[in-house]
Design a protein around this ligand. Structure first.
Ligand code: B4P
Length: 182
């Protein structure tokens, strides 16, 4: 099974991914977590990515695409994977299509977590990660509307987007996702 979780920053992608990977026995690939690990280990990629992350901008496509292409080659991706936070731009979506096409794999569904902007800001300020200050949050939301929304339209044209209300109790949202995939 190959799934994509899309949603604005703070929509709960990471939160829901933890349950979905267990439910479907697939590997969770969060580009945000992978980048933060690189930042923490001060790798070449981490040093480059950190500047963009602190400003709330997208890390350049080439770096992200190479990182995901390498990661999906690993043994634990053989049974499928859950992409959390990728693709976030049209070039990333097209690169993913190419990657899957070469392996004759198909995307099962794109899950879109919908949460109103005020609720997103409230959640992120509450989370308090290094890139969760008000200025960076506002920029991340702007970047989402400008660069990630077209990715949703791209998948809507292929008819495989599951629109999920991302507000309310976490287990209820999880149930809605599972129902939409049945
Ligand atoms: P990410 O790590 O992907 O983080 P996110 O979008 O901010 O958060 P997420 O939606 O996972 O929210 P969470 O579950 O934690 O991105 C960080 C940065 O990395 C980006 O800004 C960018 O610079 C870079 N990056 C990552 N991927 C990239 C890519 N593909 N291309 C380029 N750059 C990339 O939930 C947030 C909070 O809400 C938590 O505190 C949680 O407890 C709470 N919450 C969750 N569900 C809730 C609910 N139902 N009700 C109340 N609170 C809830």
């Amino acid at each position: 099974m190959i799934l994509i979780l899309i949603g604005a920053p703070g929509s709960g992608k990471g939160t829901q991914a933890k349950y979905l990977k267990e439910r479907y026995k697939i590997t969770h690939l969060s580009t945000g977590d992978m980048l933060r690990e690189n930042v923490g280990n001060a790798t070449k990629l981490g040093k480059k990515a950190n500047e963009y992350m602190q400003r709330g901008e997208l890390v350049p496509d080439k770096l992200i695409i190479d990182m995901i292409a390498k990661r999906t080659l690993k043994e634990d991706c053989k049974n499928g994977f859950l992409l959390d936070g990728f693709p976030r731009s049209l070039p990333q979506a097209k690169a993913l299509d190419e990657m899957l096409g070469k392996k004759e794999l198909e995307l099962d569904a794109v899950i879109n977590l919908i949460v109103p902007e005020e609720e997103l800001v409230r959640r992120l300020l509450g989370r308090g990660r290094a890139d969760d200050n008000e200025e960076t949050i506002r920029n991340r939301l702007k970047v989402f509307n400008e660069q990630t929304s077209p990715v949703l339209d791209y998948y809507r044209k292929q008819n495989n987007v599951k629109e999920i209300n991302g507000t309310g109790a976490i287990p209820k949202i999880r149930e809605q996702i599972i129902k939409s995939l049945a």
